[in-house]
Ligand binder design. Structure first.
Ligand code: ATP
Ligand code: MG
Length: 233
């Protein structure tokens, strides 16, 4: 196997006749964290949807472990380990913490093991297994979303705006959990709006402006370009 878990080359995507991703190139090294920053409407969520098979690609290629997966269904991609935590958390608010975890066991993990995996990583969830997910704090809901993802043993985990609406300290602690997930061998693609602090934990980073990747490199490279990129420079 090559060192890249995921490679996008020349990816274009449209809504109707409007192209919103223009020749996007990105690579995600195995077991690493790539953070893609971009403002409102830059195309970050579309990028993740295309990669998860939830929105059609207009042209270009997406390689998973070196294999072109263009045209694969979301189910087939999920079985190959592609997992997306969508914008706004993706937990079932009217189910308990425990029931939310059970819903993620369809890929072969027992309920008992699912709970053990989740509660070992996120003790706060273990303290409240029977609480309705909708009544958890924002940070706890994100923990639950991450826990659900981990249970499916993903190879590529994509997270859409993990830090949205959370206090910076809480966001940092969730990023720390993401780092641990990556250390266990999961390749992670995070997209964020203005969360500059994500650069502190990412291995590589990129900036998207209006559907294009304008820079990709080390977090330090990207940090240096951040202000000018957002100002359109
Ligand atoms: N279902 C849709 N139909 C038409 N246009 C869409 C649709 N979804 C997104 N778009 C447009 O595509 C572009 C990219 O949107 P996208 O949601 O990918 O951006 P984003 O970077 O995730 O933004 P945000 O930070 O606000 O979540 C925007 O111009 C948006 O208006
Ligand atoms: Mg978005």
């Amino acid at each position: 196997m090559g060192e890249m878990a995921l490679e996008l080359n020349g990816v274009r995507a449209r809504y109707g006749s409007v192209e919103v991703l223009h020749e996007v190139d990105l690579s995600l090294r195995r077991g690493s964290v790539l953070a893609v920053l971009g403002s409102n409407g830059a195309g970050k969520s579309t990028l993740l949807k295309v990669t998860a098979g939830l929105h059609p690609i207009a042209s270009g290629s997406i390689r998973l472990d070196g294999r072109n997966v263009v045209g694969w269904s979301p189910d087939r991609l999920a079985r190959r380990g592609v997992c997306l935590i969508p914008e706004g958390r993706g937990v079932f608010p009217h189910l308990t913490v425990r029931e939310n975890l059970w819903m993620a066991t369809h890929l072969g993990v027992t309920r008992k093991d699912a709970e053990a995996m989740a509660f070992e990583r996120f003790a706060r969830l273990g303290d409240r297994p029977n609480q309705l997910a909708g009544t958890l704090s924002g940070g706890e809901q994100q923990m639950l979303a991450l826990a659900r993802a981990v249970i499916t043993k993903p190879s590529v985990l994509m997270v859409d705006e993990l830090s949205m609406g959370l206090a910076p300290r809480l966001a940092d602690s969730l990023y720390e959990s993401v780092r641990q997930i990556a250390a266990d061998g999961v390749s992670v693609l995070l997209v964020e709006q203005f969360a500059r602090t994500v650069l502190g934990m990412a291995d590589r980073a990129a900036i998207m402006v209006s559907g294009r990747v304008v820079i990709q490199g080390t977090p330090a490279d990207v940090e240096a370009h951040l202000s000018s990129a957002y100002l359109g420079g």
